[in-house]
Design a binder for this molecule. Structure first.
Ligand code: MG
Ligand code: ZN
Length: 217
């Protein structure tokens, strides 16, 4: 079908650019993480909590992707972390070219880690490689235990899933056991961390794993 052909051309070109990004990241000896989620799952808050715990050891830069506004970028800059806002307009994902173009203005020399916060969307960010080392997903438990089954491509594409807002479980009626089992069903090798940015539960476990990941690169 024609539409599928066009899509595969776009994705092919995107993969080519992602490879170029990868080479550039390797030149800077940079570890790059792409954070994806639905809107409101807590990506920026997870980034803030992660940054607070590791910024004394690592030099961090952040690229923020949103349709509009620089609200998230400003939150990151408030932590004294350089942040670059990509506003995509109507495009519901980041692609490799957007990252490539950002790097013309946003200098990464001297950084150890780059965090990319993708546009909030559970669908197409999963299809667009950015040249990252690690794909991470933030999922708010109140989105419902059935979502891994409904959005398997995203859940399958990531190496780690942060099940955020577990402090809200008592109010949501969502079963954490059922959610974890559904994540495992679509991605048996995913590393899963139930966390709460509000109480701090699970954050240290995620950080320990992440630091192990950086060191094993
Ligand atoms: Mg955000
Ligand atoms: Zn999209």
């Amino acid at each position: 079908m024609h539409i599928i052909d066009v899509n595969s051309q776009i994705l092919k070109e995107n993969s080519r650019l992602a490879e170029e990004n990868k080479k550039l990241f390797a030149k800077y000896d940079l570890h790059v993480t792409n954070f994806m989620s639905a809107p409101g799952a807590g990506k920026t808050t997870v980034l803030e909590e992660t940054i607070k715990r590791i910024s004394s050891k690592y030099k961090i830069s952040v690229i923020e992707g949103d349709l509009r506004t620089s609200i998230d970028s400003e939150r990151i800059e408030a932590l004294n972390i350089p942040s670059y806002q990509i506003t995509t307009g109507t495009v519901c994902h980041l692609d490799a070219r957007m990252i490539h173009n950002a790097l013309h203005d946003f200098k990464l020399e001297g950084s150890d880690l780059l965090f990319i916060e993708n546009v909030g969307n559970l669908v197409c960010p999963a299809d667009f490689e950015l040249g990252e080392d690690l794909k991470a997903m933030v999922f708010s438990v109140v989105e419902g235990a059935e979502k891994p089954k409904k959005y398997p491509v995203m859940f399958h594409s990531v190496e780690v899933v942060l099940l955020n807002k577990i402090d809200l479980i008592p109010y949501s009626g969502v079963s954490l056991e059922e959610l974890i089992s559904n994540v495992k069903e679509v991605n048996p090798s995913a590393k899963i961390f139930p966390i709460s940015c509000r109480t701090g539960e699970g954050i240290d476990e995620w950080i320990d794993w992440f630091i192990g990941k950086i060191n094993s690169k």
